[in-house]
Unconditional design. Structure first.
Length: 158
């Protein structure tokens, strides 16, 4: 029986990085969660019932985000109960944080891949997930200075 793995990320570059892992998808009983936007709705044609969406929100619009983030936390709990993943694999960002903490509460494994876009400072998501991640992967060796327990995995881009 294949292990249940949930791949989760925000839209944009984080999603692009996560989709670089698509060769792994069929090795597992996988599901994908990302934010619902014009650019992600077409993924339903490719991944059918294997993809679910959270509401798109950005910290740049703080007032609306104050309502969207709690909603996404509740919806993350719903998806966690529905999917029952054994592992969470994420490339960030804010969309993935609630799911990672829910998974930690229920004793699931969390694998976090720090973004390729950052090679000189810790990201907010990285700082939030680093203490709870079972495996924390960085794509730049220079990031080991900021995350000493991390594993240097190199670039996930092909």
């Amino acid at each position: 029986m294949k292990k249940k793995v949930l791949f989760i990320s925000s839209t944009g570059g984080h999603l692009s990085e996560m989709l670089e892992l698509k060769d792994l998808f069929n090795k597992y009983d996988y599901n994908i969660i990302t934010e619902k936007t014009k650019s992600t709705i077409s993924l339903k044609k490719i991944y059918r019932n294997k993809i679910n969406y959270l509401k798109y929100g950005t910290k740049d619009h703080l007032l609306s985000y104050m309502f969207i983030f709690p909603w996404n936390c509740l919806k993350s709990l719903y998806y966690f109960i529905k999917i029952r993943p054994e592992y969470i694999i994420t490339t960030g960002a804010h969309t993935a944080v609630p799911m990672c903490y829910i998974a930690k509460i229920f004793g699931r494994k969390i694998i976090y891949i720090e973004t390729f876009a950052n090679m000189e400072t810790r990201t907010l998501t990285g700082r939030l997930i680093y203490p709870i991640a079972n495996l924390f992967i960085v794509q730049w060796e220079s990031m080991l200075e900021f995350y000493p327990k991390a594993v240097y995995g190199g670039w996930i881009f092909k």
